[in-house]
Structure formats: structure tokens, C-alpha cells
Ligand binder design. Structure first.
Ligand code: FES
Length: 241
């Protein structure tokens, strides 16, 4: 089922809430198994032709109501499509975060990934190539290798910079709202974030939007991307599965 969108004027929350549409948690039906492309694959072309650059940025339509607070408990998440853009809202440690649902790397279903902690930061782990993305900042982390005691060993985690766009999510009166950080399909160079390239891709987005309910609960998995550090270990027991 597609998300019904509700766009609010910026003239006041009451008016905005009055215009809110029915919440549309996203999650239905089995998802066909899709083999991810190899990690070194060239990014696939998005399904839509690039529109001509716009002279002026579009004004932001305003907050979008995406669901009742009770539909996103601790460790839960909501998938949504707002103005054609696929986003994921998560609640971790009581705080809401919103991030582009489609992975910047190769269009993977980042929004249904497991949660791990890196350097004390909550990260969502892409199910395809296990990139770790900070849910609050959109930073992509990688682990350095260091030559120690005569051999190469895994070192500290560092950021490759912001690769995934994040958005503002908050609650009012038991309802969850999202304000996209851009409404442009092709943001200007200065505002461009790599995940913008996949953000509107329907084929990629539907892997999150129509994922089964189980995909939207917090999960842990058995091994980290480095094959050594059990991922999710730091979180085990902290969240409902
Ligand atoms: S698609 Fe490759 S890490 Fe997400």
C-alpha cells in the first residue's frame, strides 16, 4: 500500500494537523529476494531521467504526518514515501531519527537494516554490503587497518563523511512528523548528498516501503562486516526484537 502524503502549510500546527492524512506505515507483503550487486559494482542508473536543473529551489511544503507515535515504539521504525522520496524513521534510545531509506552506495534497502553502534553512535547497517551509516548524521563509517606487532590489524573506525541524507523527525500530540531537508530531486552541487541519486527510485524504495513487518523491527545479526566483531552485540538486550 502506498503512503498517502499530507503536506502542511507553514502557517501553524493546528491547521497542519487538521489537514493530516491517514498514517501510512508501509509494511506489507513478502519482498522478493533480490541478490545485491557486488560491492565494487558501479552505481546502477536510477529509473528516472534526470530532470532539467531548476532555477530556484522549490519552497518546502512543510511537515508531513507519517504516523501515530504508538506505531513506532522503541527499536521500531516506519517506512514512508514523501513527495516521491523514500525515508525511514527510527526510534532509538527514545529519540526519533529520519534517514533516506535507499542506500547511497548501490540502491540497497538501507531502511530495513540492522542497528549497530560505532564509536558510540547508532548506525544502520545496509543489508547488501554492510556499510554502516550514522542514523543521525548520515556519516558512513569504515574501519581502518593498522600495522601492529608485525601484522595488519583492524584499527579505529572513521567517517568517510556524510553520504546519506537525513531529515528532521519529531512528535507532537502523539503524532510523528517529518520535514524533509530538501524537496529537490536534483539539489544543487553545494547541497547534494550521494543518497539523493537513489532517493526517488521506486524499484529500490519499494524494497523498504513494502517490506514485511518483521523487517521493520530492530534486529541483530551474527557477524559484523569485518567478520570478527559480532554486530549487534552492544545492542543486544537493549531493544525489543
Ligand atoms: S547498497 Fe552497498 S552498502 Fe548499501
Amino acid at each position: 500500500m502506498k503512503l498517502f502524503k499530507s503536506l502542511f502549510s507553514s502557517s501553524g500546527c493546528d491547521e497542519a494537523k487538521a489537514q493530516a492524512t491517514t498514517p501510512t506505515p508501509s509494511i506489507h507483503g513478502p519482498v522478493p529476494k533480490v541478490e545485491p550487486p557486488p560491492a565494487n559494482a558501479e552505481p546502477a542508473a536510477t529509473s528516472e531521467p534526470a530532470p532539467a536543473p531548476e532555477a530556484e529551489p522549490k519552497p518546502a511544503p512543510g511537515p508531513t504526518y507519517i504516523g501515530e507515535s504508538v506505531t513506532c515504539p522503541e527499536g521500531g521504525r516506519l517506512q514512508a514515501k514523501i513527495e516521491g522520496r523514500y525515508v525511514t524513521v527510527l526510534r532509538l534510545d527514545g529519540k526519533l531519527a529520519c534517514i533516506d531509506a535507499i542506500c547511497f552506495h548501490a540502491g540497497g534497502p538501507l531502511g530495513i537494516g540492522d542497528i549497530e553502534e560505532v564509536n558510540g553512535r547508532k548506525c544502520i547497517l545496509c543489508p547488501w554490503h554492510y556499510y554502516k551509516i550514522d542514523v543521525e548524521t548520515g556519516d558512513k563509517y569504515y574501519q581502518t587497518m593498522e600495522f601492529k606487532e608485525g601484522k595488519m590489524q583492524a584499527g579505529e573506525w572513521k567517517s568517510n563523511g556524510v553520504r546519506q541524507r537525513t531529515h528532521k523527525a519529531w512528535e507532537e500530540d502523539g503524532k510523528i512528523y517529518v520535514q524533509l531537508s530538501t524537496y529537490e530531486r536534483r539539489p544543487s552541487h553545494a547541497d547534494y548528498v550521494e543518497s539523493d541519486g537513489y532517493a526517488f527510485d521506486e524499484k529500490c524504495g519499494d524494497r523498504c516501503l513494502n517490506a514485511p513487518p518483521s523487517a521493520n523491527k530492530l534486529k541483530v545479526h551474527s557477524a559484523g562486516a569485518d567478520g570478527r566483531k559480532p554486530s549487534g552485540q552492544v545492542l543486544r538486550g537493549q531493544y525489543h526484537t
